[in-house]
Every structure is written in structure tokens, then in C-alpha cells.
Design a protein around this ligand. Structure first.
Ligand code: VG1
Ligand code: CO
Length: 544
């Protein structure tokens, strides 16, 4: 085996964010940049010699080149086997599934998720551990620490390998197995949901679905599972061929970026059900006919509707939601008599709760829902769960959601994003908020009274690890909340996220537009944080 050792110097900016390392493609294309990070991953792991690594990505620009480099580095590092998706493709949930099914040592997922792709757009890389989930903070911190002192990496001298056909071959002493990216995942879905009933729903003629894969990785999964296996008419899946630049779009499933789907679901003769996914297939947006399901509500509704869903027939051990996610899930947990955990933003914080059997369903306000079937959020899983519920209840999406509100009350919810803010000004805003925290308690702001205000700190109930400064929260005595945090997934400047929530138990008052219902909280958020002053923006760039 001909292994070359290459001398290198650290790059100062290889600190993983909320979900892996994300940078513009040209940053990753600098000589040694990707190699340094990959070697830093390997150097901070122990005991992987001879073990299996899973590798794949969302197909964005630079995916192909990166897969070739990583294969040669894995061979040089002494992995025994790499399972790689055909043509280097694996959705994030499928990668998690394949890691678990094959008891792999870990996996490398290439994606910048909902960020745009292309030669001048974003690329990303993330390491997942043997449970199939994103590496916890102690691992990502070790990788970063290593990247800051790295002085060499190893790579096999070899030609490019052909990944277009399933099969096995040797690369140095390592075995490369090219797998179909969909098969294992499709089997797992079939074990969780009532495929007969969903098939009936999708073929009965009275029900129409429209699924937008946004030219990203979920296309092949949705074609295979929804159209070929479950009988949805051909054409149900739109934009189902993954493209390196996602067709120039922004593969983020929300009302702003998935506007084509929104137009269809709000148009004439609209279908009954709509859904979209993000670049790497772990996010989902659920729509009914002229109706949007807020992700926080979606989590609560899945939790309240496990009847008739085979994978969850024994009930739920618990629910977990990220801190900024609305408290709608708490109300369901309370009724079910189970725990509702509140974690920092990012799926990595759910891993321990899922492994320990403390939580069954997890969710984030950022269009992410998932369960203990894998250790990532899972877009298509959420769609199948919804279809299973619709097949059981035979009501419209809107009826299901409004009935849910009548039972549990409505948590009005919205997130306001201010993108591309100057980093220093964003930090000044956050410091300004921190400085006020202690004095806010008990204060009246408009018709609200501050119950608590703090910078969220999380102690993991399983391993005791502590994560601080996870978002500034202002909680009011009536349960309303305002949360502020800076994004950890962007690659340009800073993004301020403002999360707003209020609670309305009276069903006669549950029909408002969330922006109207939250108007006073929106004003208070601006007054307290001086958003317009610090960002120089009059309104958010994206509202979800
Ligand atoms: C965002 C979301 C967070 C999500 C993360 C990764 O992080 O807010 O809830 O877990 O993206 O999702 P941030 O730090 O930008 O707020 V994905 O689909 O990019 O893997
Ligand atoms: Co994603």
C-alpha cells in the first residue's frame, strides 16, 4: 500500500458549528483544507482500525471530489471497510440508518444542509458517531483542537474509483462497498408505518399529494418509497433529481424558499397534502390545502397521534424539543403523562436521550422532526408519519391541526431571521441583551410581565455534560416567550434568530395570523434587543 504523508499547516477556522463544518466551496478547495479536517477527525478518534466507516453526501457541488479524497484518506488511516452510497450520495437520515444497521464505527456526511450549493456557494462536512448521530460537543471540540495543531496527513496514492455501480472492491487494503442509497432506509420506513393503509390513501383517488424534493437528495428516496412502493401517481414528486446546485435554489423547506410548492398548495384545485425537504433530507415542511403546519405544532401532533402507527404502537417514552421550539409538545407530553425534555439547538443534543430510551420523538422549530428509529432528524419519515395519520383519521390536515388546538390550546409561533448581519454588530446586540438579563425579571413590558430571563444552559441528564450560552430567553408570566440566538450554520456574517411564542387556550381566538397574534411581542423584542439599531434592518429577511 502506497501511503503518502503530506506536510501541512493548520487553518484557524475549522471549528464545527451547530451541525458540522460549513464553508464556501472555494474555502474547501484550498490545498489541504478538506484533508486537514478529515485527518483531524481521524486523529481525534480511537480504535477505528479495521472498522467500518459510512460515507455519503447530499450531492451538492464538490461532493464527488470530496468523496474520492476521503476514501483514500480512510484507506491510509486503516479503516477496514467503507460503505459509500452510489455516486457518493446518502441523505443525512439514510447515513444514520446505514451506520446503525451495519454497526459501523461512524460516518462522514457531506452536506451544508439547507444552505445553497454550487461552485461559489456552500459545502460542509460532519462526523457521526456509532449510534448514527452527530458527534457530541466533546468530539467536535477535540476535532477542532486537533485541527489547530495538525502538521501532516496521510493519503493513499491511488486513482479515482468508480462509484456508479453497487459492488465491492479494494482500495489499498481497505474494502469499499458501494451501496444503493435508498434500500436500507426504505426497509426501515416500511417497518415503522402502515404501508397498506398509506397505499390505500394514495391510490384511492380522493386524495392528492405534492412532494417537492427541491432538486436535492430526497428525490430518489421519495420516488422509490412514495411513487414506486406506495403507489402515489408518477409526478407526485417534483424536482426529484438531485442537482449539484439545487437548480440555483435555496434548499430550505419553508414558506419563503419552497414558494413553488406553496403556490401549488394555495392555488386553484390544490392537492390535499404538500411537503418539501432540505438539501440533505433531514428537514420537512408540511402543508395542507391552503394551510401551513408550524413545525413545532407538527411535533406535537405526531406525538398526539401515534394510534394506528405501527412503529409507535407501544406509546412514547418521552418527547424532546430544542429550547426555541414552541411548548406545544409539552402540552401533549403532560396529557400523556410523559417527560418533555428541553435541549439546546442542534440534533446532537438528542442523542443521549434517545440512546437511553428516555425520548421517542424529538423536534426542532427549524422544520426538523424525528424519532428513535435513527439519530438524525428525518424529512421523509415525518411525511410518512403524517400520511399514516391522514390514512387513519381520514380528515384534512387543517381539521387535524385545528382540532389539536381545540384540545390543547394553540401556541402561536414565529421565527424572525435577520441574515447577513455584521458579526461585530450582532455580538454587540447579544452582549447588550446579556447585560439586561438580571434586571428584567418582574418588569412589565406592554401587557406582559417578565417571569424569568436568562442565557439558556443545559445539563445533559445522561452524561452530565454542560452546554452554556445556548440562547437568551425572556419568559413571561402567561407562558409567552421571546428567545434570541445567533445561528451556528451560516457561512457569511451573522444571522440573528428571534423566536416568538404565545399561548391561546380559547378556541374562538385561535384563527389569527401568527404575526398579528405576536405583534406586541415582536415590538417588545425590538425594544429590548434594539434589533433595528444594531442590524440596520427594518424587518427580518426571512419569517417562518
Ligand atoms: C439551524 C437550526 C437548527 C438545526 C441546524 C441544523 O441551526 O436552527 O435547529 O438543528 O440548523 O439543521 P442554527 O445554528 O443555524 O440556528 V440542518 O438541516 O442544517 O442539518
Ligand atoms: Co438538513
Amino acid at each position: 500500500m502506497n501511503v503518502r504523508t503530506v506536510a501541512t499547516k493548520p487553518f484557524s477556522d475549522q471549528k464545527p458549528g451547530t451541525s458540522g463544518l460549513r464553508k464556501r466551496v472555494p474555502v474547501f478547495q484550498q490545498p489541504h483544507y478538506l484533508e486537514n479536517f478529515v485527518q483531524s477527525i481521524f486523529d481525534s478518534l480511537e480504535g477505528y482500525q479495521g472498522q467500518t466507516l459510512v460515507l455519503g453526501g447530499d450531492g451538492r457541488y464538490y461532493n464527488q471530489q470530496a468523496v474520492q479524497i476521503i476514501l483514500k484518506m480512510a484507506a491510509a488511516a486503516g479503516f477496514g471497510r467503507v460503505l459509500v452510497g452510489r455516486t457518493g450520495l446518502l441523505s443525512t437520515p439514510a447515513a444514520s440508518c446505514v451506520i446503525r444497521k451495519n454497526q459501523a464505527f461512524g460516518g462522514i456526511v457531506l452536506s451544508a444542509s439547507h444552505n445553497p450549493g454550487g461552485p461559489t456557494e456552500d459545502f460542509g462536512i460532519k462526523y457521526n458517531i456509532s449510534n448514527g448521530g452527530p458527534a457530541p460537543e466533546k468530539v467536535t471540540e477535540a476535532i477542532y483542537a486537533r485541527s489547530q495543531v495538525i502538521d501532516q496527513y496521510q493519503i493513499l496514492e491511488a486513482n479515482e474509483v468508480d462509484l456508479t455501480k453497487p459492488g465491492e472492491f479494494k482500495l489499498g487494503e481497505m474494502t469499499v462497498e458501494v451501496i444503493d442509497p435508498v434500500t436500507d432506509y426504505a426497509q426501515l420506513m416500511e417497518s415503522l408505518f402502515d404501508f397498506d393503509r398509506i397505499h390505500e390513501l394514495l391510490t384511492s383517488g380522493g386524495f392528492r399529494a405534492c412532494i417537492d424534493a427541491m432538486h436535492a437528495i430526497t428525490g430518489p428516496y421519495a420516488h422509490r418509497i412514495l411513487e414506486q412502493r406506495l403507489g402515489a401517481p408518477a409526478g407526485t414528486v417534483h424536482n426529484g433529481t438531485p442537482l449539484e446546485d439545487f437548480g440555483g435554489g435555496h434548499p430550505d423547506p419553508n414558506l419563503v424558499y419552497a414558494h413553488d410548492l406553496v403556490d401549488i398548495l394555495y392555488g386553484e384545485n390544490a392537492p390535499d397534502f404538500g411537503a418539501a425537504f432540505d438539501g440533505d433530507g433531514d428537514r420537512n415542511m408540511i402543508l395542507g390545502r391552503k394551510f401551513f403546519v408550524t413545525p413545532s405544532d407538527s411535533l406535537a401532533i405526531l406525538a398526539a397521534n401515534t394510534r394506528g402507527v405501527p412503529g409507535y404502537k407501544d406509546g412514547l417514552a418521552g418527547i424532546a424539543r430544542s429550547m426555541p421550539t414552541s411548548q406545544a409538545a409539552n402540552r401533549v407530553a403532560e396529557k400523556l403523562g410523559i417527560e418533555c425534555y428541553e435541549t439546546p439547538t442542534g440534533w446532537k443534543f438528542f442523542g443521549n436521550l434517545l440512546d437511553a430510551g428516555r425520548a421517542t420523538l424529538c423536534g426542532e422549530e427549524s422544520f426538523g422532526t424525528g424519532s428513535n428509529h435513527i439519530r438524525e432528524k428525518d424529512g421523509l419519515w415525518a411525511v410518512l408519519f403524517w400520511l399514516n395519520i391522514l390514512a387513519v383519521r381520514r380528515q384534512s390536515v387543517e381539521e387535524i391541526v385545528t382540532q389539536h388546538w381545540q384540545t390543547y390550546g394553540r401556541n402561536y409561533y414565529s421565527r424572525h431571521d435577520y441574515e447577513g448581519v455584521d458579526t461585530d454588530r450582532a455580538n454587540t446586540l447579544v452582549e447588550g441583551l446579556r447585560a439586561q438579563m438580571a434586571a428584567l425579571k418582574g418588569k412589565s413590558l406592554g401587557r406582559y410581565t417578565v417571569d424569568y430571563s436568562d442565557d439558556f444552559s443545559y445539563t445533559d441528564p445522561i452524561d452530565g455534560s454542560i452546554s452554556q450560552k445556548q440562547g437568551i430567553r425572556i419568559g413571561f408570566t402567561d407562558g409567552s416567550r421571546i428567545v434570541f440566538r445567533l445561528s451556528g450554520t451560516g457561512t457569511q456574517g451573522a444571522t440573528l434568530r428571534v423566536y416568538l411564542e404565545s399561548y391561546e387556550p380559547d378556541s374562538a381566538k385561535q384563527g389569527l395570523d401568527p404575526q398579528t397574534a405576536l405583534a406586541e411581542l415582536i415590538t417588545i423584542a425590538d425594544q429590548v434587543a434594539q434589533i433595528q439599531v444594531h442590524t440596520g434592518m427594518e424587518k427580518p429577511t426571512v419569517i417562518t
